[in-house]
Design a binder for this molecule. Structure first.
Ligand code: BTN
Length: 247
């Protein structure tokens, strides 16, 4: 899958570089990796802590031949690939919180940010941004973040070789991406649901339409979270900030 690797020392955000390369015609599989990001981006306009030499900050250019509304499926696929590879590398109990945060004991160890561009309702390309807090120490985080975030090293005591983690992730990703292109989303959905910590437990969500409460029961066709509300009705959630289970 990977056609070229561009390694950088300090960058603004690997997302910006990957977008620029993609706009300039870079093929699928172009991978941008940086030692440090000065303005790493997270979901919902948040910033992403990306100190030098301790984490994996990378962005992969994809040019999948899928209808535009299927793009969120790739976010879930990326989360499954990352979760499977990190479980193999650490033997830690890592779960997926919808849509794509990986958690150990309720604390986030990685983030995925998929950004796509479209033209006339057609998907042009996707930049899949992956941030893995591998060997960060407590002092690398702003104190208020420590309630919600943790590194693999802090959680497991293991110092991991970042190159080995990247190779393991790319191997998983390539396999699942191939499976997805051959068989569609169904096998990916099954894998995601098995690794998810978000299903079948009553949860609160902040959606663009306001706060909601309900029990997530699975993934919909396009990757939406199907939320069963207390009155029994089931609604698809396409974008939300999810709380932890209320039980
Ligand atoms: C999130 O959980 O909010 C998503 C975080 C995504 C972080 C990665 S690090 C590599 C890539 N470059 C960025 O600026 N963001 C993504």
């Amino acid at each position: 899958l990977v056609t070229s690797i561009k390694l950088f020392d300090a960058v603004d955000s690997t997302q910006n570089i990957a977008h620029q390369l993609a706009e300039d015609g870079a093929p699928e599989g172009t991978l941008v990796i940086a030692e440090q990001q000065l303005h790493g981006r997270g979901r919902m306009g948040r910033s992403w802590v990306s100190p030098p030499s301790k984490g994996i900050w990378m962005s992969l250019v994809l040019r999948p031949n899928i209808p535009l509304p299927f793009t969120p499926q790739l976010t879930l696929l990326t989360a499954v690939a990352l979760c499977r590879s990190l479980r193999k590398m650490t033997s830690a109990d890592i779960g997926i919180k919808w849509p794509n945060d990986l958690l150990i004991d309720g604390k986030k160890i990685s983030g995925i940010l998929l950004e796509s561009t479209a033209e006339e309702e057609r998907l042009r390309y996707v930049v899949a941004g992956i941030g893995i807090s591998v060997n960060l120490e407590q002092q690398d985080y702003p104190p208020e973040m420590l309630e919600k975030a943790i590194s693999l090293k802090m959680a497991t005591g293991q110092t991991l070789d970042r190159t080995a983690v990247i190779v393991s992730f790319l191997t998983e990703f390539e396999n699942l991406y191939g499976l997805y292109q051959q068989e569609g989303f169904t096998p990916i959905r099954t894998l995601w649901e098995a690794l998810s910590v978000s299903l079948h437990r009553r949860t609160s969500l902040i959606t663009p339409q306001g706060p909601m409460v309900g029990t997530p029961i699975g993934l919909g066709e396009h990757g939406a979270l199907m939320l069963q509300q207390d009155n029994g009705s089931i609604v698809p959630i396409f974008s939300a900030e999810m709380g932890l289970p209320t039980d």
